[in-house]
Design a binder for this molecule. Structure first.
Ligand SMILES: Nc1nc2c(c(CN[C@H]3C=C[C@H](O)[C@@H]3O)cn2[C@@H]2O[C@H](COP(=O)(O)O)[C@@H](O)[C@H]2O)c(=O)[nH]1
Length: 316
């Protein structure tokens, strides 16, 4: 994850649309006295968990589809999690690698999984945002799991040697849909939101044991989605230019890969890394970005009036 830290820090030094406000950042850290309020993984009670390999399959499929809910105002991440959970409770083989690629009825392969099948799986009554991309990513997951990991995401996790950094690298190497990077002023910037969140979800769900045991969780950075930047903007840690502020406040779409979008995401990661460093130097406490993420994210999703940036993206 050094690439994520280094390249996002580089963006911060050149950013013109977004700034990290160090004194506001210090206020946030002082307010909580350097202790991150503890938020339980699955505080919403929406996730599938059976303490075994099927949970790993569930989390991998969940994070393959963990992006872009906002274009449908009634849809949220909770619907995705609850939909996949119900599908598994109903049929333990619902997320098998071959099912992700194809749709079978009475043992006959009819076609690849398509939008309508995905909607049926999630019990969502209308087309999902970026539905064709979601379907394509599911095919990719099913095919590559079958080709390289005997169909099981659990084998992918077993092959990382209890290193979250290796897991993220493996996910990005085998599954192109997880390669969340951008170009900024000619430089490659690494963000890896969904790949890192997969490691964090395993760690959270399995409480740091079994499939969730990683010796290097401190290497993971925060996950640059559309909720965390909105929380950091609201508490003053991120400052946007007036043009960007008014675009976001008027719900204009921000183009994926634009300077504005990359700066929002890179400054988010960097600001949280700075908060971590400050907590360590001022309060002598070690915190994980994953813990910071869960706290900030839970604050964000519990505040429906939060105005977030709108970018059509498969990455977050
Ligand atoms: N940074 C960060 N972003 C996260 C998550 C999660 C869920 N993580 C699970 C892990 C433990 C908890 O118990 C959660 O269930 C989703 N998202 C992002 O939020 C957005 C969805 O928002 P809305 O449209 O309002 O549903 C979308 O970009 C989605 O990718 C997270 O943890 N961190």
């Amino acid at each position: 994850m050094e690439d994520v830290r280094r390249t996002t820090a580089w963006v911060v030094t050149r950013a013109s649309h977004v700034k990290v406000d160090s004194s506001e950042l210090e206020k946030v850290v002082d307010n909580i006295q350097g202790s991150i309020p503890k938020v339980e993984w699955n505080f919403e009670g929406i996730h599938y968990f059976d303490n075994g390999p099927l949970t790993v399959q569930y989390l991998f499929v969940l994070d393959a589809l963990n992006f872009c809910f906002w274009p449908d105002k009634d849809l949220s991440y909770d619907h995705l999690a609850l939909g996949l959970k119900a599908a598994l409770q109903n049929d333990k083989s619902a997320l098998d690698a071959d099912r992700l690629q194809s749709y079978t009825e009475m043992g006959i392969k009819l076609s690849k999984m398509l939008g309508p099948e995905l909607r049926e799986l999630l019990k969502w009554p209308r087309p999902l945002p970026l539905e064709e991309e979601r379907v394509r990513l599911l095919h990719e997951v099913g095919l590559e799991l079958e080709r390289s990991f005997k169909g099981e995401a659990a084998n992918l996790v077993k092959s990382c040697g209890n290193s979250a950094v290796t897991l993220v690298a493996l996910v990005a190497r085998y599954f192109p849909g997880f390669r969340d990077h951008s170009l900024y002023k000619g430089h490659q910037v690494f963000l890896y939101k969904r790949a890192q969140i997969f490691a964090a979800d395993l760690w959270g769900a399995f409480k740091g044991q079994g499939y969730g045991r990683f010796y290097d969780m401190s290497s993971i950075t925060i996950f640059a989605d559309y909720i965390i930047p909105a929380v950091l903007r609201q508490n003053g840690v991120l400052k946007y230019s007036s043009a960007l502020s008014s675009s976001i406040d008027s719900n204009d779409e921000i183009a994926p890969g634009s300077e504005e979008e990359v700066e929002i995401r890179a400054c988010t990661i960097h600001a949280v890394e700075k908060m971590r460093e400050l907590i360590e130097s001022k309060f002598r406490k070690q915190v994980l970005s994953v813990e910071m993420d869960l706290w900030l994210w839970s604050c964000g999703v519990q505040n429906p009036s939060l105005q977030h940036h709108r970018t059509l993206s498969i990455y977050y």
